[in-house]
Design a protein around this ligand. Structure first.
Ligand SMILES: [Zn+2]
Ligand SMILES: [Zn+2]
Ligand SMILES: [Zn+2]
Length: 140
């Protein structure tokens, strides 16, 4: 979805997008990447305080504009919910997160669903951990 349409859509739903909310959204929309709360606090420190960042993140999650990516031992990262369903490659060394779309992974997860009878699966979260290209090269 185009950025301006996305903003228009939110406004038409009656969401109040004040200055600080717009500044946070623009970061996500501009870079199509994920940020943790501490990263956002750092990026926005000249514009708003820590409490405002946290309060607005909660607002975006409650209104299903941002989703949390749960990480093993790190602060969760956030990304836009309008991105198509996908999974992540998480570097254990530099903590960089890349998004991946994989047909074979989806069909494997889909067939698991068919093997389970007494539970209705509606959703899934699945992330890969490892070392990114830069970090593997560093170790040599
Ligand atoms: Zn790395
Ligand atoms: Zn992603
Ligand atoms: Zn999936």
């Amino acid at each position: 979805m185009e950025t301006t349409n996305f903003i228009k859509d939110l406004k038409s739903k009656g969401l109040k997008l004040n200055n600080s909310r717009m500044q946070i959204l623009e970061l996500f929309l501009g870079n199509h990447t994920s940020y943790s709360a501490p990263e956002l606090v750092e990026l926005l420190k000249s514009k708003m305080d820590r409490a405002t960042v946290y309060r607005n993140l909660n607002f975006f999650v409650e209104n299903k504009i941002l989703d949390q990516i749960q990480l093993q031992s790190e602060a969760p990262k956030y990304e836009l919910t309008i991105l198509e369903h996908h999974h992540h490659l998480i570097c254990k060394h530099c903590k960089k997160i890349s998004c991946i779309k994989s047909k074979s992974l989806e069909s494997a997860l889909e067939s698991t669903k068919n093997e389970i009878n007494d539970f209705t699966i509606t959703d899934h979260v699945f992330e890969f951990y490892g070392l990114c290209k830069d970090c593997i090269n560093d170790e040599e």
